[in-house]
Design a binder for this molecule. Structure first.
Ligand code: R5P
Length: 232
């Protein structure tokens, strides 16, 4: 079975948790896109839900699929967010942002009563950090922000190259919020929670891709079927 087929299976399993009347956070990426498409089929069959997209790409996909959309300005809380991840560890801490949507994804996940992360098994890791950690930054004062990030890396016992992400045109990739992204090639992150806490207060850092304590359940699709992991 292809990775894409596994992603669709994980998305289909998450759909079983969706109930009529729910307010849903709609994730971003190739796995979350399957969820949006499958949800769209249910909506066309009469399911009543409303969604908050985590990116402009997902907004366009959801509109195309006929899913009614709203914003966090019009809703206090969401019942459930379903999103993909770049890495998932046994505590269900995540690395996200490979697609550049980490800021809106984290805002939406934090506003949700529950987050289900959907993925193929290749995203499961014993320890986060193999996937380069996305750090969304303000372009102003970039060198100062880079120095501050490097300092907290040393404090957290990690190191690695910080590379400004480029778009297909060769220029800096610009997020939906108008920011840039450093991809931090760390290899491994011994204490992701500690590193997240050190990155948060850096003035030029808008957000980072460490999602600590946000996911409650992971649905991991592999050759043997779907493994469901609940946060300990
Ligand atoms: O910014 C992108 C998101 O965090 C994605 O959820 C993440 O990169 C996983 O994407 P995919 O399902 O395409 O592997």
């Amino acid at each position: 079975m292809t990775l894409d087929a596994l992603k669709r299976q994980a998305a289909a399993r998450a759909l079983e948790y969706v109930e009529d009347g729910m307010r849903l956070g709609l994730g971003t990426g190739s796995t979350a896109k399957h969820f949006v498409e499958l949800l769209g089929e249910r909506v066309r069959d009469g399911l009543k839900v409303v969604g908050v997209p985590t990116s402009e790409v997902t907004r366009a996909d959801a509109e195309r699929c006929g899913i009614p959309l709203t914003t966090l300005d019009d809703l206090d809380r969401l019942d459930l967010t379903v999103d993909g991840a770049d890495e998932i560890d046994p505590d269900l801490n995540l690395v996200k942002g490979g697609g550049g949507a980490l800021l809106r994804e984290k805002i939406v996940a934090a506003a949700s009563d529950r987050m289900i992360v959907i993925a193929d098994e290749t995203k499961w890791v014993a320890r986060l950090g193999r996937f380069p950690l996305p750090i969304e930054v303000i372009p102003f004062g970039l060198a100062a922000t880079r120095r501050a990030i490097t300092e907290v890396f040393a404090k957290a016992g990690v190191s690695g190259e910080l590379v400004i992400r480029k778009g297909p045109d060769g220029h800096a990739f610009v997020t939906d919020g108008g920011h840039w992204i450093f991809d931090a090639h760390l290899g491994q992150i011994p204490d992701a929670s500690y590193l997240a806490g050190l990155l948060n207060p850096i003035p030029g850092v808008v957000e980072h891709g460490l999602f600590i304590g946000l996911a409650g359940v992971a649905m991991l699709a592999g050759a043997q079927g779907i493994r469901i992991v609940e946060r300990r």
